[in-house]
Design a protein around this ligand. Structure first.
Ligand SMILES: Cc1cc2nc3c(=O)[nH]c(=O)nc-3n(C[C@H](O)[C@H](O)[C@H](O)COP(=O)(O)O)c2cc1C
Length: 303
């Protein structure tokens, strides 16, 4: 029997495979396609204090090795999330991590404070990094002081595990990560999408209504891996790796580079069963390599 379990602070996962926010909806969309109980956990689509419509179309562009999106953060708002989405999520038999965003630090705090009234939430992921939100969204991700201040304020209202999700669109991701760690985060997750764009050469218009958007998918994996490596070397809290992960082999790469767990995102759009296949293949890989506990791979890259 291979032990696939890992721990993110007090949060125990039966295996290191999570779904990435915004690519798995609120799980209902995947009902009948996969057995949720086989996952390490589910990270929900971002929830905000008030309902939001998201950005205008076109907001998705498919590219050869990835995709651009400028979805924004369309969602029902925290109150309807609690009454309409949590009852389904809490009976899925897997860990539920609720991803939260706000326009201001106060909105992050208020959103988490309301979620504290709901049962069945195993952890929060604070989305500091969405490149598609205009109202100061980037300052949470690119200013270590702001990231630290918001993390400390949210820490003060919850004992549940707190993960801060970081953007790669900064000079030093580990400076931001350290500020979150010092402010009481239990883990960081990295990366959100990279800023990118595409132009239609016939109409001479940007392919996204917002002109620039977030680039994700297999093309960003080497960049994400380098960011995870940087974070894992400087931080003492766990790092959750995200970016272009499609297979068990990709997961092992992230673990070796220092990730404790991973999230799979864009792959869910073209292979909805990719997460459970990756869990199965991870177990097969460990068996073939005589690895009895997957956590022994964490940070085990030879230099
Ligand atoms: C269509 C789409 C929507 C996304 N929505 C969110 C979101 O609501 N909140 C968030 O924190 N990240 C969001 N992300 C970012 C992903 O969670 C992930 O960090 C990123 O796509 C990189 O992983 P991947 O290459 O495996 O997709 C979104 C990504 C995509 C492609």
């Amino acid at each position: 029997m291979i032990d696939l379990s890992v721990s993110i602070g007090a949060l125990k996962l039966q295996n290191p495979v999570l779904t990435a926010s915004g690519t798995f909806g609120y799980a209902e969309e995947f009902e009948g396609l996969i057995d949720f109980r086989l996952l390490g956990g589910i990270v929900t689509k971002t929830v905000t204090l008030d309902p939001r419509p998201g950005n205008s179309p076109p907001r998705i562009v498919e590219l050869p090795n990835g995709m651009l999106n400028s979805i924004g953060l369309p969602n029902l708002g925290v109150e309807r999330f609690i009454t309409e989405k949590m009852p389904y999520l809490r009976r899925l038999g897997t860990r539920i991590i609720v991803n939260v965003a706000g326009r201001t630090g106060e909105e992050f705090v208020e959103c988490v404070r309301r979620l504290e009234t709901a049962d069945g939430i195993d952890a929060y992921e604070l989305n500091y990094s969405c490149p598609n939100v205009k109202e100061g969204g980037l300052s949470f991700s690119s200013d270590a002081h702001v990231a630290g201040r918001v993390t400390a304020a949210v820490r003060a209202v919850t004992k549940r595990p707190l993960i801060t999700k970081l953007t790669p669109n900064v000079t030093s991701i580990s400076d931001i990560g350290l500020a979150c760690q010092d402010a009481g985060a239990d883990a960081v997750s990295a990366v959100n999408t990279l800023v990118g764009m595409a132009v239609d050469i016939r109409t001479r218009r940007a392919k996204l209504a917002t002109v620039t958007g977030g680039y994700s998918g297999p093309a960003i994996k080497p960049i994400a891996l380098a960011k995870v490596y940087e974070l894992a070397r400087r931080l003492s809290i766990p790092v959750i790796g995200i970016g272009g992960i499609c297979s068990a082999e990709d997961i092992v790469e992230f673990l070796l580079a220092g990730a404790t767990a991973v999230q799979m995102g864009t792959v869910n759009f073209y292979e909805p069963t990719a997460t459970v296949r990756a869990v199965e293949d991870l177990e097969k890989f460990c068996r073939a390599q005589n690895i009895f506990a997957v956590r022994t791979l964490i940070g085990a890259m030879e230099l």
